[in-house]
Write a protein that binds this ligand. Structure first.
Ligand SMILES: *[C@@H]1O[C@H](CO)[C@@H](O)[C@H](O)[C@H]1NC(C)=O
Ligand SMILES: *[C@@H]1O[C@H](CO)[C@@H](O)[C@H](O)[C@H]1NC(C)=O
Ligand SMILES: *[C@@H]1O[C@H](CO)[C@@H](O)[C@H](O)[C@H]1NC(C)=O
Ligand SMILES: *[C@@H]1O[C@H](CO)[C@@H](O)[C@H](O)[C@H]1NC(C)=O
Ligand SMILES: [Cu+2]
Length: 174
């Protein structure tokens, strides 16, 4: 095998990894029960989802609302002091590019204090939980938790597709 082939293989591998991890899931904030509004519990909504770098938040809202990205302190106290970013287009896509916490609220009137605020914790891509251990033999397992929902299918597919793609590349070039 030539050095050239090896370097081509690794270049393709790098490109594939980059592509695979760049494609995330778009999560519509509040969906499916609500959107960006005054009636959704966003703590509850976010607790149902594991956010990874590459995922996006899509805020959909009427012009009675807006979206500010703020510091943790402003988020906690609903203070309209020093917003990091302000949006009011009714259809705001926010990229979760790296691991860490992000804080959002609606700055209109007292909507933040009324609960129109969202904290999102983005976890590193390689920290997905390990598969649950097999149940002990002879016992009927409790019904498994339902899948996270249709929105999550895309990201599961994206990540599980990496292995076969890499395998195919290696078979071609090695
Ligand atoms: C997320 O939404 C943006 C903007 O609508 C779109 O360009 C992108 O393709 C979407 N990504 C996915 C994974 O659906
Ligand atoms: C939102 O949901 C969380 C978790 O289920 C709960 O602890 C909290 O009390 C709820 N908040 C409101 C305002 O209902
Ligand atoms: C959490 O996910 C479950 C399973 O998909 C779904 O039934 C439930 O409505 C979700 N809860 C919220 C608050 O979105
Ligand atoms: C699993 O099966 C083995 C062999 O039949 C038995 O000895 C063992 O006690 C079983 N373990 C459990 C947790 O049921
Ligand atoms: Cu609002």
């Amino acid at each position: 095998m030539t050095k050239f082939k090896v370097s081509v293989a690794f270049t393709l591998l790098a490109v594939t990894l980059q592509f695979a991890f760049a494609v995330g899931t778009n999560y519509t904030v509040g969906a499916p029960g609500g959107l960006w509004d005054l009636s959704t519990n966003y703590t509850k909504w976010a607790s149902n989802i594991t956010f990874y770098p590459g995922d996006n938040l899509l805020f959909k809202y009427t012009l009675a609302h807006d979206v500010w990205e703020v510091t943790e302190a402003d988020y906690t106290s609903c203070t309209k002091g020093t917003p990091l970013k302000q949006y009011k287009d009714g259809n705001t896509l926010i990229a979760l590019t790296e691991a860490g916490s992000r804080y959002f609220y609606c700055s209109v009137s007292s909507h933040c204090s009324s609960g129109m605020k969202l904290e999102v914790s983005v976890v590193p891509t390689d920290s997905s939980p390990p598969p649950s251990p097999p149940p002990p033999n002879g016992t009927t397992p409790d019904s498994p938790p339902p899948p996270k929902g249709a929105a999550a299918a895309n990201s599961i597919w994206t990540r599980s597709a990496i292995a076969p793609v890499l395998g195919a590349i290696l078979m071609i070039f090695l």
